[in-house]
Design a protein around this ligand. Structure first.
Ligand SMILES: *Cc1c(COP(=O)(O)O)cnc(C)c1O
Length: 228
């Protein structure tokens, strides 16, 4: 992808975010665009950084570790770890991430806390709002006890909730799930809402997303899958 193509993709996404903010009377500054760069080479991330983008999302802990090393000279680059992690790999997130979007069990929280050095790692809990059997994330009714259990752990803080609604071709199908996540965050007095991907981010912004995770619309299709 050329610099011009990448710049055009960012501009197109930016226009849609702005339109969704206008429609829902939200301030653009309240929405962070996390550019999901998983499975794309560090050079493409560097190009986006040169265009002025700062927030990047990675799914896989070791890939995050490697890219952070490769891009260590990019000042003010902010890493978001957006995928669930095994406890044994949580150390890579503890070292590299500014925000972790996919906390789903106590053992991971414990390991992140143990491995983290200041500043505190911002964590969002992944919630399986639609109750899909195949999906990671806590059930809504488990949230209260989970938040209570991790409150004592130093150097991590629960700041919000994340969800990935059921796959659909219709962005409107995500809306009730986003509304449910927003209601849950309010109930638990959490301010950050990580929701919305290429298929449905304008709807997510309308429903109060503070972080949207957009990959394909910015960087194009991903060709490889991990471990294949
Ligand atoms: C890959 C991924 C995204 C980005 O998805 P796109 O459809 O490419 O925008 C967002 N969130 C998570 C958790 C992902 O794994």
């Amino acid at each position: 992808m050329t610099r011009d193509e990448l710049a055009a993709n960012f501009a197109a996404v930016e226009a849609k975010i702005q339109a969704a903010c206008d429609k829902s009377k939200r301030k653009r500054e309240r929405v962070t665009l996390v550019a999901v760069s998983k499975l794309h080479p560090p050079e493409l991330i560097r190009l986006a950084w040169e265009l002025g983008h700062r927030d990047f999302g990675e799914n896989y802990a070791q890939e995050l570790r490697d890219k952070r090393t490769a891009l260590a000279d990019c000042r003010h680059l902010i890493w978001h770890a957006i995928g669930p992690v095994q406890p044994k790999n949580a150390k890579y997130i503890a070292r590299a991430a500014h925000t972790f979007h996919a906390l789903d069990r106590f053992e991971v929280a414990q390991e992140l806390s143990r491995r983290r050095e200041a500043p505190t790692l911002r964590c969002l809990i992944e919630v399986n709002v639609a109750g899909e059997a195949s999906k990671a994330g806590l059930a809504p009714e488990e949230l209260g006890a989970f938040i209570e259990s991790v409150r004592v752990l130093p150097l991590i803080a629960i700041v919000g909730l994340t969800t990935m609604p059921p796959l659909s071709d219709d962005p409107e199908a995500s809306r009730p799930h986003f509304q449910k996540l927003a209601a849950l965050a309010k109930e638990h007095r959490l301010t950050e809402l990580s929701m919305g991907t290429t298929g449905d981010y304008p709807v997510a912004v309308e429903e109060g997303a503070t972080m949207i995770r957009v990959g394909t619309a910015l960087f194009g299709a991903r060709v490889t899958a991990p471990g294949t």
